[in-house]
Design a protein around this ligand. Structure first.
Ligand code: PHE
Length: 352
């Protein structure tokens, strides 16, 4: 019993010594050698370190602690050698690989760009900022009052049907219904309400934003799109001011020689109202081009001013609203609005 336990202990100590020698001696110069080394020593099932651990009971109780520590330090050695060998191999690989061929074409880094709608919106906004307009924004989820009533759409008047509305809570509700705004014009009301809390006109804002209409989707209409609204209220603002600024705007966007026309129209919140067309040159068309509508505009209806507490005897104003997609499509020669919403990178890349 005594002697057999001695023999067991001696064998275990010998196995530890062999292990140390083998660990130090192994040559680790290939990926395979490194892998094999890792498995041989560290494998939890068949590794030699695990095997040695199992022999701890063979060692005399007073020597077990030192024996265990020696195994641990052998294990540390294995791990250190693995790390060093891997690092050495990686450096060797990069050092011996062919030197960089500087004549090779560079690897292109894909770079994003602003969406054409964003670009057009910023361009339009910037033009009016240069004329002293401030940028304002309003909520896309709007109440019936701001979207329609305050803009002089009479209740149950068919004018409300001009814009197919997505209702969130229907109009029978006490507050008159909640909806997705169908245009940016409700922001006119919000801006005027805001200023009138503790001020007076002049008011001069430009309002870019997203709007929603429940329309059949086609190449020219989508269920959401973007508009830019403009509003200027001051003493003595006239239709001539409106025409002047819109003409200046069209020249900036479409060139000095742009042809534009004002066509009488109707909006409940402006009187008189007009739509503005620009002449779109196209050789393929019979007349060499055609008129394209780009915006609606007019003099702010006195009812609208009075509704937010602005004295319509003292102040007048103009307002306009344009579809950004329409402008972007004209500027960039896009013939189907839906492509603006597909996020096809091949299309978007062209605008970087
Ligand atoms: N809000 C109108 C529309 O969406 C455009 C408009 C804005 C007309 C301002 C007149 C004045 O069609």
């Amino acid at each position: 019993m005594e002697s057999s336990s001695h023999t067991g202990a001696d064998a275990a100590v010998q196995a530890l010594e062999d292990l140390k020698t083998d660990i130090e001696g192994a040559v680790l110069d290939t990926v395979d050698a490194i892998d094999e080394y890792r498995i041989r020593y560290l494998s939890r099932k068949q590794g030699r370190i695990t095997a040695l651990m199992k022999r701890i009971p063979d060692v005399a109780p007073e020597d077990r602690r030192a024996f265990g520590q020696a195994i641990n330090s052998a294990k540390d050695t294995v791990e250190r050698r693995l790390e060093e060998a891997t690092a050495a191999l990686t450096t060797a690989a990069s050092a011996t690989s062919a030197p960089a061929d500087v004549t090779l074409p560079g690897r292109e880094q894909p770079q994003g760009s602003l969406h054409p709608i964003t670009q057009a919106a910023r361009l339009i906004t910037r033009v009016f900022e240069n004329y002293g307009f401030d940028v304002a924004e309003g909520p896309e989820i709007e109440d019936d009052w701001h979207n329609f009533t305050a803009l002089n759409f009479p209740p149950d008047h068919p004018a409300r049907d001009m814009q197919d509305t997505f209702f969130i809570e229907d109009a029978e509700q006490e507050h008159g219904g909640i909806l997705l705004r169908t245009h940016t014009s409700p922001v006119q009301i919000r801006v005027m309400e805001d200023i009138m809390k503790d001020g007076e006109p002049p008011i001069r804002v430009i309002v870019p934003g997203r709007v929603y209409r429940n329309e059949a989707i086609s190449y020219k209409s989508y269920c959401l799109f973007h508009q830019v609204e403009g509003l200027y209220v001051d003493e003595g603002v006239t239709m001539a001011d409106l025409k002047q600024i819109l003409h200046a705007f069209a020249r900036t966007l479409f060139g000095e020689d742009v042809r534009m026309r004002f066509r009488p129209s109707f909006f409940p919140f402006t009187e008189p109202s007009a739509e503005v067309d620009i002449w779109w040159k196209d050789e393929n068309l019979p007349g060499g081009g055609r008129w394209m509508e780009i915006l609606g505009c007019g003099m702010v209806d006195p009812n609208v001013l009075e509704g937010v507490g602005i004295d319509s005897e003292k102040y007048t104003g103009y307002a306009f609203g344009m579809g950004i997609e329409r402008i972007a499509m004209l500027r960039y020669g896009i013939d189907d609005i839906r492509i603006l919403y597909e996020n096809d990178v091949r299309f978007l890349e062209q605008f970087s």
